[in-house]
Design a protein around this ligand. Structure first.
Ligand SMILES: [Zn+2]
Length: 252
């Protein structure tokens, strides 16, 4: 694993932080990196009357986005870390560089007959990379029904994301998934916690956090897709499209 270093020797970023991700780097620091692979793109594209953000894909008027010295920032995704014309986005194609886990599922529970049928359908959906809507009431065991499909995906070294518009749903799912997949490195990401980003096979995050990813996930599950703020939010819908690998459907 390469660590990109600044001239002074200070570690700037681990290469894996750019796997399937739009890592923001200051332009001034970029010049000091010796990039071997991957793509660098402008964070903000400046047009005649508006700017376009390459992270969230949204347009803003130049007036709203203006900073001193003719620089611009994206007001639309500023809560996810301010991105400006002083930054670039750096990405390395997702390599699925994960250790092989032969029996990832530690969960010992038993599913009912209808749940088992649903779980088998979901596994086929993942195997065939199809889109699927699982619509179940709270307490129906949706998460447990996903376990078999998730275990299959982990064994196949697929990268997985389970995202929800709601922080409380992420916080509730994370310990359950960690318990069910004890050998799997799972990362929790949302705006109200301090866990630093690192490259993992399995990510649990809010749909907002998906704007940081770029063609990263082989399996992307959106829980509570009908919840605010996901419904009718074009930035979040675009984030889902961008975060999953091309031709990988969305399971929401
Ligand atoms: Zn933006």
């Amino acid at each position: 694993m390469r660590i990109f270093k600044l001239k002074g020797g200070k570690s700037l970023m681990n290469e894996s932080e750019a796997f399937g991700r739009l890592a923001s780097v200051k332009k001034t620091e970029l010049e000091q990196l010796n990039l071997q692979a991957g793509t660098v793109l402008p964070a903000i594209e400046v047009k005649a009357t508006e700017i376009i953000c390459n992270r969230c894909g949204q347009k803003s008027s130049k007036r709203r986005a203006a900073l001193p010295n003719e620089q611009y920032f994206c007001p639309q995704c500023k809560l996810l870390g301010r991105l400006s014309t002083l930054d670039v986005l750096y990405t390395i194609p997702e390599p699925n560089r994960f250790v092989e886990i032969y029996e990832p599922l530690s969960w010992q529970g038993v599913l009912s007959e209808p749940q088992t049928r649903c779980a088998q359908d979901l596994k086929v959906v993942v195997q065939q990379r199809k889109a699927h809507l699982l619509w179940a009431v709270t307490g129906a065991g949706k998460t447990e029904m996903l376990f078999e499909a998730l275990a299959y995906a982990i064994k196949q070294k697929m990268r997985i994301c389970l995202a929800s518009p709601r922080v409380d749903v992420c916080n509730e799912l994370f310990p359950r998934l960690k318990k069910a997949f004890q050998e799997v490195d799972i990362l929790l990401q949302h705006g109200r916690q301090e866990q630093t980003y690192r490259y993992t096979q399995f990510v649990v995050c809010t749909t907002h956090q998906l704007v940081h990813f770029y063609e990263a996930f082989d399996v992307l599950i959106i829980d509570e897709a009908d919840a605010f703020p996901f419904v009718n939010d074009k930035m979040l819908k675009r984030a889902v499209e961008t975060a999953r690998k091309k031709k990988v459907p969305c399971y929401c």
